[in-house]
Design a protein around this ligand. Structure first.
Ligand code: PMP
Length: 357
C-alpha cells in the first residue's frame, strides 16, 4: 500500500512520474535500451532533454533570454558556484535558516557578505522584510525555507541581479522570472528524484562573471550554458523523471493550479493547528510556507512526541518528524501531496488529540 508521504525531500512524486520512469527503466521508448543504458548523446535522449527544458520554460513562463540547465552537485554546489562566478567584491544575502546560512558560508570565501536581513534572533520563525542595496554584485534569497517553514510569496523588485534558491517551492506558484537573474534548486521536491539540480539563468547575467578569476571548467556557468548541460554526462534518468513531472504539472493546469492546491493543503493543516489544544504552529502568520509546515506539541504534551510519530505510522503516514536540527514535527506538502493525504494527517492529529486529552 502506498503511504501518505510528507517527506521534506526526496518526497512524494506524482504516480505518472513513477510509472513512466519505471517503464523507461525497462525499455526507453522503442530503443531496445533502458533509459539507464541509452547514450546521453543519442537523439532519443536529446529529445527527452529538449522536452524537459521546453516544459520547464512553458510551465514557468520563462521569458526569452534565459537558459535552463540540469546539472549535478545539488543546490549546495550552487552555493559556491554563484559567488565563484559572480562575486567581485560583495554580495547581499538574507539569512532565513539553514540553507541560506550554508549559502552565506560559501559566499564568504569569495568576498564580503552584506547581511541584508536575518530572522535568526527569533529562531527563523518569520520571513524578514528587506531592502536590497544597490551597491552589491548580486542579491541572494531563499524563497522557501524547507526546515523552518517560512516562504516569500512575492517576487522582489531588485536594483541588482537577484538570485533565488527555490529548491522547495519551484512550480508551486507562478513566478515572475523576469525579476530574477537566476533561479536554482535541487529537483528533489517538486520536480523529481534527488541527483539533479535546475538552474534558470539570464543569458545577459553571464556578462557579470568575474573576468580575472580562474574558475574550474565544471564550476563555470558558461560551460554548461554553451554545452546545454552536456559538457559532461548529465543525470539522464533524473532528467527523464523531471520531464514526466513537468508534464504532470502542465496536465494538472500548470503552476496556477498547483498554487490553488497548495493553498488548500496548507490552509487545512494550519486551520487545524490554530484550533488544536494539543498542537501548535511554529511560524508566524504572514510568513507561512505552503510547502513545509512545522508544528509542535503544546506545553504539557511534549512527552507525547514519539507516541504521535508511532501513531502516524499506524495510519500509514510517514515523514512528519521535524528536521533533526529543530525537532518537533513538519509536514511537507509538495505538489504531489493530495488533499486525501492531508485529510488523513489532520484526522490523525484530531484522533490523537482526543485520545490523549
Ligand atoms: N536549499 C534548500 C532550500 C533546500 O531545502 C535544500 C535541501 N533540502 C538545499 C538547498 C540543499 O540541496 P541539495 O541537498 O540538493 O544540495
Amino acid at each position: 500500500m502506498r503511504k501518505h508521504i510528507f517527506n521534506a525531500g526526496p518526497c512524494k512524486l506524482p504516480d505518472s512520474t513513477l510509472k513512466n520512469t519505471a517503464a523507461a527503466v525497462l525499455e526507453f521508448g522503442n530503443t531496445g535500451q533502458s533509459i539507464m543504458e541509452v547514450s546521453h548523446r543519442s537523439s532519443d535522449f536529446q529529445a527527452v532533454y529538449d522536452e524537459a527544458v521546453a516544459l520547464f520554460k512553458e510551465v514557468l513562463s520563462v521569458p526569452e533570454g534565459y537558459s535552463v540547465l540540469f546539472l549535478g552537485g545539488g543546490a549546495s554546489m550552487q552555493f559556491c558556484m554563484i559567488p565563484f562566478n559572480f562575486m567581485k567584491k560583495k554580495a547581499g544575502y538574507v539569512n532565513t535558516g539553514t540553507w541560506s546560512t550554508a549559502a552565506i558560508k560559501e559566499a564568504k570565501m569569495f568576498g564580503e557578505v552584506v547581511l541584508v536581513a536575518s530572522s535568526e534572533a527569533d529562531g527563523f520563525t518569520y520571513y524578514p522584510e528587506f531592502t536590497i542595496p544597490s551597491d552589491v554584485d548580486y542579491m541572494h534569497i531563499t524563497s522557501n525555507n524547507t526546515i523552518r517553514g517560512t516562504e516569500l510569496l512575492t517576487d522582489p523588485v531588485s536594483p541588482v541581479p537577484l538570485i533565488s534558491d527555490m529548491s522547495s517551492d519551484i512550480c508551486s506558484r507562478p513566478v515572475d522570472v523576469a525579476k530574477y537573474a537566476m533561479i536554482y534548486g535541487g529537483c528533489q521536491k517538486n520536480l523529481g528524484p534527488a541527483g539533479v539540480t535546475f538552474v534558470i539563468i539570464k543569458d545577459e547575467f553571464l556578462n557579470n562573471v568575474v573576468a580575472d578569476r580562474t574558475i574550474p571548467t565544471m564550476l563555470r556557468y558558461k560551460t554548461h550554458v554553451e554545452k546545454e548541460s552536456m559538457y559532461n554526462t548529465p543525470p539522464c534518468i533524473n532528467i527523464f523523471a523531471v520531464k514526466e513531472t513537468l508534464k504532470w504539472v502542465k496536465e494538472m493546469g500548470g503552476v496556477k493550479a498547483m498554487e490553488k492546491l497548495a493553498i488548500q493543503r496548507a490552509d487545512a493543516i494550519y486551520n487545524y493547528l490554530e484550533t488544536s489544544k494539543m498542537f501548535r504552529p511554529v511560524v508566524k502568520e504572514g510568513s507561512r510556507s505552503r510547502m513545509n509546515i512545522p508544528f509542535l506539541l503544546k506545553e504539557g504534551y511534549e512527552a507525547l512526541e514519539k507516541e504521535f510519530i508511532d501513531f502516524c505510522k499506524t495510519k500509514n503516514i510517514v515523514g512528519i518528524k521535524g528536521h533533526r536540527s529543530v525537532g518537533g514535527f513538519r509536514a511537507s506538502t509538495y505538489n504531489a501531496c493530495t488533499m486525501e493525504d492531508v485529510n488523513v494527517l489532520v484526522d490523525a492529529m484530531r484522533e490523537f488529540e482526543k485520545k490523549n486529552a
